[in-house]
Design a binder for this molecule. Structure first.
Ligand code: HEC
Ligand SMILES: [Cu+2]
Length: 386
């Protein structure tokens, strides 16, 4: 019994440790591999203070063991014979006050330096980030005229070698924006604008999540940062603008997409905007608490939908994109269609409380759903991948 118990513990301890350590790097969210300068600053500070704490810990543990061993009672000791009693020792007291003070002052200065560095604005572009239950919107004012030229969701697209200023807002409750590999966390607070820098040395897809509990689907409020090379980024920008023009072109009469557009006009435009075509939801009068729903102008250019919970395009077991024989990406029609049919079933929401998309399962027929998906597929070109 005892031996078996011990053996179990020998397995349980590493298993528990594994579970604990997994919190530092769970698959796609990894705070231990910084890719941008801001994330590296934070990582450097964390490592420095971590190693200092390890040093202090080892020193204290060694001192305790030494004292226990060196001054332990011997069998020959007379229990009534006390060692000389002293009061105060200036040298010892100064040592154990000054060394920790110096260490803490050093860490404070280093920490404040990092905090101020991270708070500094850059001369790079500004992107507006808006959190709302339960997805993130990103808006780009390219020409600085005060109007957003690109409005997208889930995928925050930036380019390498540029420090981007994020202006973080919330349209309802407190959220928190965190792309672990690119910077620390920044809260999105209603009525406030929080400034935050983000940058990446390498192209890639970096994952993030809302990290302030914000209600029912908090765990499903994810986002991605797609980092492109400057050339790819320019292409992305052009395709986003072209997507707005394309959305305004007439659909082939009698096509499934045209039938879908008619349904979209009946059921969807009370919440969703398609730039230049269905603007009626603009201006915060959407039938929602937060006042906005994802702008669908370039829906197909995003790698993910519904708070980055679902892939827009089909992926294989290793996360790689599956392709049609002609090389194009395979649209994830099944989940997109299911989303339009019954969104609250795929992502918990409170449609009765104007939070999240409605359940259309009693409203739309199979044919309607097919047509709507055909229409959605016309919105924007495929994503520019890093
Ligand atoms: C009551 C407002 C409302 C109506 C009506 C509505 N939606 Fe939505 N829709 C939303 C909200 C809110 C989201 C974001 C949900 C989330 O991510 O949690 C959303 C998300 C989506 C998305 C995913 C977009 C993305 O980039 O994440 C698609 C596609 C979509 N809706 C299509 C439709 C279609 C098609 C209709 C009409 C049949 C429709 N919606 C009607 C509010 C609405
Ligand atoms: Cu949130």
């Amino acid at each position: 019994m005892g031996a078996r118990f011990a053996r179990r513990w020998r397995l349980a301890v590493p298993a528990l440790l594994g579970v604990l350590l997994a919190g530092c790097a769970t698959g796609r969210l990894d705070a231990t591999k910084p890719i941008g300068e801001e994330a590296r600053d934070i990582d450097g500070l964390m490592r420095l203070s971590g190693w200092m704490a390890v040093g202090v810990g080892i020193f204290v543990a060694a001192a305790v063991v030494t004292i226990i061993v060196k001054f332990r009672a011997k069998p020959t000791d007379d229990p009534d014979d006390l060692p000389p009693q002293i009061h105060g020792n200036r040298k010892a007291e100064l040592t154990w006050t000054l060394i920790p003070t110096a260490m803490l002052v050093f860490l404070t200065i280093y920490t404040l330096g990092t905090v101020f560095d991270l708070a500094r604005a850059s001369d790079g572009p500004t992107i507006k980030v808006e959190g709302q239950q339960w997805w993130w919107q990103f808006s780009y004012d390219l020409d600085g005229d005060g109007n957003d030229d690109i409005v997208t969701a889930n995928d925050l697209v930036i380019q390498t070698g540029e420090k981007v200023n994020l202006e973080i807002h919330s349209n309802d409750v407190i959220h928190s924006f965190w792309i672990p590999q690119l910077n620390g966390k920044k809260d999105a607070v209603p009525g406030r604008v929080h400034h935050w820098l983000i940058s990446s040395d390498e192209p890639g897809i970096f994952y993030g999540e809302c990290v302030e509990f914000c209600g029912l689907s908090h765990a499903n409020m994810q986002m991605r940062t797609i980092v492109l090379t400057p050339d790819d980024y320019k292409r992305w920008e052009q395709e986003q603008l072209a997507g707005k023009e394309a959305a305004q072109e007439a659909l082939v009469e009698g096509s499934a997409a045209a039938a879908g557009a008619a349904l979209f006009e009946t059921h969807c435009i009370s919440c969703h905007v398609v730039d230049g075509v269905y603007e009626s939801a603009a201006g915060g009068n959407a039938n929602l608490l937060a006042g906005i729903a994802p702008n669908l102008t370039n829906l197909m250019s995003r790698t993910a939908f519904a708070g980055a919970l679902y892939e827009t395009y089909q992926t294989g077991p290793g996360g790689e994109y599956l392709r049609n024989p002609d090389g194009s990406l395979k649209v994830n029609v099944a989940e997109l269609r299911e989303w339009v049919r019954n969104a609250p079933d795929m992502k918990p929401a409170r449609a009765d409380n104007q939070q999240g998309m409605l359940d259309f399962s009693e409203v739309l027929t199979d044919q309607d759903l097919d047509n709507l998906v055909e229409y959605l597929k016309t919105l924007g070109s495929p994503p520019v991948l890093p």
